[in-house]
Design a protein around this ligand. Structure first.
Ligand code: BGP
Length: 458
């Protein structure tokens, strides 16, 4: 069967500043943490060892062109642009981002820019990071500066990438700095992130820039083990905590009342100011980026909660390992292609069918060298992964979902936070030692699909 996509469908991929640029200027929490605890990072590889986009941006953009991208998302590094987060602007960073943006536009590749992709300037973390409202103000100033500097040529802005991940990693589950385990502080970080997002949207609207502004959320549909009311309740609470905690404010301009009531009943609500509600209502977006990697399967808890243990989302559910589920064993994530369709249908039916696109989807695989055939990685599994997700995406579009594009994670194999280079996601293989780039089979497949705006599959 032939799967054809609408005209002007966005074909591309996503990356982020910290994961690709190298040549770090302006310390982030990652640099600080890596210097102190390198053992937290796979094989002790830290954020200095990247795919060197800072040096090779021009030839990399040629490669994007070769992959027939018509759009590409990356991020601006707050710490590179304003090393202490709030003071002087670094002119080299302005030059760098100007050159990248201009070159992308010249090559017919529409730049999509994220303002914050997990990379908190260390100077901002030292004053409390997202727990401190001064950091919200500093972020708003940074966002405005980006709009003023680049807003004439960047027409698609994203305030945050997966804002719930720094909340989970840094304040609940110990996989990002500052390794705090404290729900109320996590809720404060999440809340202030939403305020920062809304301030950036407000500034963008006030400046009457030509483009549009949105956010990128990692949406993980919550599937209950069964239709038993206890399982349904577990799925409802996880949806509230992990999806709707950001989805509702940015699309509806307010938090779900039952989420607020739940947190209130456990005394976990962040400190709110009366004027916050108006600000959040102004944070409604034009465009939603959806990162989809895996579903979340849950069931009701089998055991009572230990009242001495820290309050956690897991007080309300257990993870459910569905028999027969398909796994990506390297990342430990379930692969469930219909999830992409379920997300789109939920947005269509419950959120007014917003303009959206898949901003990340991908498959990290370890030791891909074993798949080399005639000098090229033959990543059949990735082609299958993409085409099966695209088939479900196509079904969503044919049923009226407002999905405008598909971006893959990622372009060139890059540095993946604590996993460093363990799992490779790219269309292009990176030899870390020589920095040689070699297009994988999936890159060729994607280039053909983008060119034809369609692909064939049985
Ligand atoms: C997303 C992030 C990316 C990227 C990707 C792959 O959550 O937006 O930055 O890293 O996941 O995940 P990981 O690197 O953890 O394997």
């Amino acid at each position: 069967m032939k799967y054809a996509f609408p005209d002007n469908f966005w074909w591309g991929s996503a990356s982020s500043a910290l994961q690709t640029e190298g040549a770090r200027e302006g310390e982030t929490t990652w640099d600080y943490w890596f210097a102190r605890e390198p053992n937290r990072f796979h094989n002790g590889v830290g954020p200095q060892q990247t795919s060197t986009f800072y040096q090779h941006w021009k030839t990399d953009i040629q490669l994007l062109k070769q992959l027939n991208h018509n759009s590409f998302r990356t991020s601006i590094s707050w710490a590179r642009l304003i090393p202490d987060g709030i003071g002087e602007v670094n002119p080299d960073a302005v030059d760098f981002y100007n050159q990248v943006i201009d070159e992308l536009n010249e090559q017919g590749i529409t730049p999509f820019m994220t303002l914050f992709h997990f990379d908190m300037p260390m100077a901002m973390q030292e004053i409390g990071g997202w727990e401190n409202r001064d950091v919200v103000e500093a972020y708003a100033r940074y966002a405005l500066l980006c709009f003023e500097l680049f807003g004439d040529r960047v027409l698609h802005w994203f305030t945050f990438n997966e804002p719930i991940v720094p909340v989970e990693g840094g304040y609940l589950y110990d996989f990002h700095y500052p390794n705090v385990v404290d729900f109320r502080r996590a809720a404060t970080v999440a809340y202030h992130t939403v305020l920062a997002h809304a301030k950036a949207v407000q500034a963008y609207r006030a400046g009457h820039y030509a483009g549009e502004i949105g956010i990128v959320l990692n949406l993980t549909p919550s599937y209950p083990r069964s239709q038993n009311p206890a399982d349904l309740k577990a799925a409802h609470v996880t949806d509230l905590m992990f999806n709707r905690s950001f989805l509702d404010p940015v699309l509806r301009g307010e938090y779900p009342a039952d989420l607020v009531a739940l947190l209130k009943s456990y005394d976990q609500l962040p400190a709110c100011k009366p004027e916050d509600g108006f600000l959040i209502a102004e944070g409604k977006i034009d465009l939603l980026g959806i990162n989809y990697y895996q579903p979340r399967r849950v069931k009701c808890r089998d055991s009572a909660v230990n009242p001495q243990a820290p309050f956690m989302p897991e007080w309300f559910f257990d993870s459910y390992e569905m028999p027969g589920r398909k796994m990506n064993p390297y990342r430990g994530w379930e692969i469930y292609e219909p999830g992409i369709y379920d997300i789109l249908v939920n947005l269509r039916d419950n959120y007014g069918n917003p303009r959206c696109f898949i901003s990340e989807n991908g498959m990290g695989v370890e030791n891909e060298q074993r798949f080399i055939e005639n000098g090229q990685i033959n990543d059949r599994y990735r082609i299958e992964f993409i085409s099966e997700h695209l088939a479900w995406l196509h079904k969503g579009i044919s049923e009226g979902c407002n999905c405008l594009g598909y971006h893959m994670w990622t372009f060139i194999d890059n540095w993946s936070w604590c996993n460093a280079y363990k799992n490779r996601y790219g269309f292009i293989q990176l030899d870390l030692e020589t920095q040689k780039r070699t297009i994988k089979k999936s890159g060729e497949w994607f280039a053909a699909t983008a060119l034809n705006n369609s692909f064939e599959k049985e």
